[in-house]
Design a protein around this ligand. Structure first.
Ligand SMILES: Cc1ncc(COP(=O)(O)O)c(C=O)c1O
Length: 471
């Protein structure tokens, strides 16, 4: 993949030259252990894409359903990606030493992108396709502000206007992310907002509603459907988004190869599943095509306040609260469940990507859930050893990695762990401050709220259990 003379290797940090950026994305659809259950149109109760063809650009839609294993990355997109890619793979030597662990810990650092996370890997592709197809404006939602700022940045690169519906709790907690989006020229509205009929309905019932990703998605979709020459852009969950993220895993594989290393464990946090999938899919491909030299394990981490993988129900649910998307097969907490306002805003989503959920159900993924206090304890250990201040989302994975490294210390195993440090926390310092002041609530599993939301779903759509696709 990368010619030897373009490689530059150090023990601590493995860097690829620009030419090491992959030329193709990996698409998992042809390699899933079972066919992916189709989206269901709730009106007809039959498979169908619902409104998706009106929402997405043609190329997004084509990739969403593509059965090609490798999809060529357009040169203009590669060109934009080389602003910050390939990203470094870093060995956490100082963390290993502090923990006195025989485990080797590597992290793929995605915080070097201009918005500070993995999210622009797909944003630049989506903005490029929109510009190619003559779309004037893209609408979207954002939780922590990482995705919104990534699309704002990508829109600026390709001359496409961007409107972002930002979950109200993050809008209030993270004013600087908002300013970042303005700087790149985007319009930002707190969600629920007065701009859409769905936002107005939510506000009339609960004026202080903190918002959720489900509500913000509904508003962004409604705006796109009711506006001329406007499409909807999505930051996670959809298959085409996850495959755009595979540049991470493909680069990481090449970087580890340079050290003659292969991971025993690949770990990442899960909001909708894009950063984790982007890292582990290429290793999954090795595994199922019997090319992996080891029996690699995949571990997904999540907040115990929004525990989709560990406590969700595998069924069909809507991707958004207003039920504008088709119903998707996933582990869900119910699309009207509003998670507690934890600081990992990007992990406050009621479901996960259908591909990830299928792999979880088939036993390919081990899920782990943590509360935000233990997560910030782990983030602080990382910051004080490795120096980088991690975003709250990947800090869930850091918590897992530290626990696993300490387990290795007890057993004497020298496992190789690869994880995704998918964003920096420079705009999350308010959360760090609350943690240091002891004011951060250790929100736990909101059992009653989830139960209510799932019961409502099961009652209203009782026919779902009779569909053949989930069996
Ligand atoms: C830094 C960061 N990590 C992770 C996520 C979760 O999303 P995903 O699971 O799609 O990577 C987000 C979402 O906004 C994020 O901003």
């Amino acid at each position: 993949m990368c010619p030897r003379n373009l490689r530059y290797t150090m023990q601590r940090k493995i860097v690829l030259a620009d030419d090491g950026l992959p030329r193709q994305w990996y698409n998992i659809l042809p390699d899933l252990p079972k066919p992916l259950p189709p989206p269901i149109d709730p009106q007809t109760r039959a498979p169908g894409p619902g409104l998706l063809p009106r929402l997405f650009t043609n190329e997004q839609l084509r990739q969403e359903m593509s059965s090609e294993r490798w999809i060529t990355i357009p040169e203009e997109v590669r060109n934009a990606l080389t602003l910050w890619r390939p990203t470094p793979l870093i060995r956490a030597v100082r963390l290993e030493k502090a923990l006195k662990t025989p485990a080797k810990i590597y992290y793929k650092y995605e915080g070097v992108s201009p918005p500070g996370s993995h999210k622009p890997n797909t944003a630049v592709a989506q903005a490029y396709y929109a510009a190619q197809e003559g779309v004037e404006r893209l609408t979207t939602e954002t939780g922590a502000g990482q995705w919104g700022s990534s699309l704002a940045f990508a829109g600026a690169l390709f001359g496409v206007k961007v409107t972002v519906y930002m979950v109200r709790s993050s809008y209030d907690q993270k004013p600087y992310r908002r300013i970042l989006m303005h700087t790149w020229g985007a319009e930002v509205l707190p969600s629920p907002s007065e701009r859409t009929s769905f936002g107005r309905k939510v506000l009339s019932q609960e004026p202080n509603n903190p918002g959720s990703l489900g509500i913000a998605i509904s508003e962004a979709i409604e705006d796109a459907l009711n506006s001329e020459n406007t499409k909807y852009s999505i930051g996670s969950v959809a298959n085409h988004v996850l495959l755009h993220q595979t540049v991470q895993g493909l680069e990481a594989k090449a970087q580890l190869e340079m050290l003659d290393e292969y991971p025993d464990i690949v770990a990442g946090c899960v909001g909708g599943g894009s950063s984790f999938s982007g890292l582990f899919w290429p290793f999954y491909y090795d595994k199922i095509s019997k090319k992996a030299p080891k029996d690699v394990k995949f571990v997904g981490t999540e907040p115990s306040a929004c525990p989709t993988m560990t406590r969700g129900v595998y069924t069909y649910d809507f991707g958004d609260t207003a039920r504008l998307t088709p119903m998707l097969p996933m582990y869900t907490l119910g699309s009207d469940f509003i998670p507690p306002p934890i600081h990992a805003g990007g992990l406050r989503y009621h479901g996960d990507a259908p591909t990830l959920c299928l792999l979880l159900r088939e036993g390919y993924i081990e899920p782990r859930a943590y509360n935000q206090v233990e997560v910030f304890e782990a983030a602080t250990i990382f910051a004080r050893t490795e120096g980088l201040i991690p975003a709250p989302e990947p800090s869930h994975t850091i918590k897992y990695v530290i626990d696993e490294a300490l387990r290795c210390k007890r057993t004497g195993e020298s496992k190789t762990i690869l994880f995704n440090l998918c964003g920096h926390g420079h705009f999350d310092l308010q959360a760090y401050q609350e943690f240091f002041e002891g004011k951060l609530p250790a929100w736990e599993y909101p059992e009653e709220a989830i139960k209510k939301s799932i019961e409502k779903l099961e009652k209203e759509f009782s026919w779902i259990k009779d569909l053949p696709f989930l069996k």
